[in-house]
Design a protein around this ligand. Structure first.
Ligand code: FAD
Length: 496
């Protein structure tokens, strides 16, 4: 009768491995494809998905439904709760529609792998073939090994192996074909499956009207918007990427992490498109900005490989076991100052206010704010990791956890613990003219010159404006915070 493709974090029609395989089988059998998308509010809760991200996914699902309808493929939508019922419901749908094959793309977190395992087993018992595909990473986890046959825990040698593997297997980057249009008469037979409406977000994930409009403007959803965004980046910005990527006010990055996270754009598509505009037509060599950008997309793969190899990082454990005993602070006043952007460190405050308003933060600022929470405030980095997840529109466990591990020096391939970012120097280097700070920290908008980076220390006019406008004083003093951090880390890892 038909085959199913179950859409999850792959909300697109183009370059989608599972969907493409579903299309291939449907063609061989002379049947149609049915798309299924399941809303599982309990999964969204458990994974701390932000309301902005839920809204983005719902908007993308609506557009996906329209794209699929052009191929006469229905997107059947259902809300299933509790989440443990998802496999049962999916198999029941298959039976109801006379389907023997369910395709999907794999997600690598332990809960999701366990769910797919149930589907393989129960499906087999009921005569339904459940086929999950590797699609989310450019290079499938497990493929790259060190000379000693181990998994890589350091990015640079891993990246060299990643590039070599892709050059040796160019087919990996090839675009997966779209499914054909469903056969004549399919729409008529499965008419009711075409009528499903996209549900509203669960109450705890609902945005108000103003936020909804703002996020829709800032973050156009769906794969057409993703392709527009990356095409613009590749024609106008990628050449300067390496020189400009660290400067938040230059807006020089691709801004596609939201699409990679929702699967409206495959990382494979991004890498292929970037390779194709490189003068060498390769991943390395050629134009520096292109090489550099591909290297950043590779970080996403790297952190996924880490997750697959060391899944205990999903269980609130640091990658580095010896960092388990650091004695963290749980000072709620400091934590709130950080979340609200009132630490007295303008670059940190600007970044946090930007996150709260736009659901996004530039990579350099993610590093500065994460390091500040873990090292200056000595607050448990996991609280920051959770705050980011519940506020980012591109929240993604592997990349977020990797970034927090890096910034707090507890993760894979870490910054050494004794390297503590100086927020003022970071600010002077990466927001030299203070444009980003002035945009987000209203109290400092009229501070001229370098005083904007650190008004109370600079004194004079900068201090006067900051005081009069009620800009907070620093919650911790930089030098003392640094000393406290080094002492606490040393003690925690037994190197006193
Ligand atoms: P570009 O600079 O244009 O990079 C292109 C793509 O490469 C990105 O879209 C992203 O998919 C990938 N990428 C770039 N840098 C990284 C990186 N360091 N790690 C992993 N992938 C990368 N990224 C997320 O997608 N989701 C998260 O939840 C997330 N949390 C982070 C938390 C911390 C503490 C840190 C330091 C980084 C985090 N990142 C996360 C990585 C990075 O900040 C964002 O991917 C990047 O800012 C997205 O903007 P862009 O699309 O313009 O990136």
């Amino acid at each position: 009768q038909a085959v199913i493709h179950w859409f999850k974090r792959d909300l697109r029609v183009r370059d989608n491995t599972g969907l493409s395989k579903a299309g291939e089988l449907a063609k061989v059998k002379g049947v149609g494809v049915i798309g299924v998308w399941i809303m599982s509010p309990q999964d969204w809760e458990a994974h701390l998905v932000s309301p902005a991200k839920c809204d983005f996914e719902l908007r993308s699902v609506e557009l996906l439904q329209k794209e699929l309808a052009e191929l006469d493929i229905p997107l059947y939508i259902e809300t299933v709760t509790p989440r443990k019922n998802v496999p049962k419901r999916l198999l029941a749908m298959a039976k109801e529609w006379g389907v023997n094959n369910i395709f999907c793309n794999l997600e690598y977190e332990p809960d999701e792998l366990r769910r797919e395992e149930i589907l393989v087993r129960q499906g087999a018992e009921e005569g339904i073939n459940f086929e999950p595909y590797h699609d989310d990473c450019v290079v499938t986890p497990g493929r790259l090994k060190t000379g000693a046959g181990r998994q890589y825990a350091v990015y640079t040698p891993w990246y060299r192996a990643w590039v070599a593997h892709l050059h040796a297997h160019p087919e990996i980057l090839q675009e997966r074909p779209m499914p054909d249009k469903n056969p004549l008469g399919f729409r008529e037979t499965f008419k009711t499956l075409f009528d499903r409406e996209v549900p509203a977000a669960p109450e705890s994930k609902t945005l108000d009207k103003e936020q909804k409009e703002r996020f829709s403007r800032l973050w156009p959803a769906g794969e057409a918007a993703a392709l527009d965004r990356i095409s613009l980046f590749l024609t106008e910005k990628i050449g300067h990427y390496t020189a400009t990527r660290n400067f938040p006010s230059k807006k020089s990055t691709a801004n596609v992490s939201v699409h990679h996270a929702a699967g409206t754009l495959a990382a494979r598509t991004s890498v292929r498109m970037a390779r194709d505009v490189n003068s060498t037509k390769k991943l390395d060599g050629g134009i520096e900005g292109i090489r550099g950008w591909i290297g950043e997309v590779a970080w996403r793969d790297f952190y996924r490989h880490v997750l697959v190899n060391w899944p205990y990082i999903c269980m609130n454990k640091p990658f580095k076991y010896e960092y388990t005993n650091i004695s963290w602070e749980y000072n709620t006043e400091h934590f709130e100052a950080w979340t609200q952007g009132r630490t007295g460190y303008p670059i940190v405050d600007a970044a946090m206010r930007c996150l709260n308003a736009t659901a996004y933060m530039h990579n350099r600022l993610r590093m500065i704010t994460a390091s500040f929470l873990a090292k200056h405030l000595l607050i448990d980095w996991r609280l920051g990791e959770q705050y980011f997840m519940t506020h980012l529109i591109d929240g993604d466990f592997a990349s977020n956890n990797g970034g927090w591990g890096f910034s707090s020096s507890t993760g894979v391939d870490p910054q050494p613990y004794f390297r503590v970012f100086n927020p003022w120097l970071q600010s002077e280097k990466f927001d030299a003219d203070g444009e980003f700070i002035r945009k987000w920290v209203e109290e400092l908008r009229d501070v001229e010159g370098k005083g904007v980076h650190n008004p109370y220390e600079k004194g004079g006019e900068a201090e006067r404006v900051a005081r009069e406008r009620g800009y907070p004083r620093t919650v911790v003093e930089h030098r003392l915070a640094r000393e406290r951090c080094l002492g606490r880390y040393k003690k925690g890892i037994g190197r006193e």
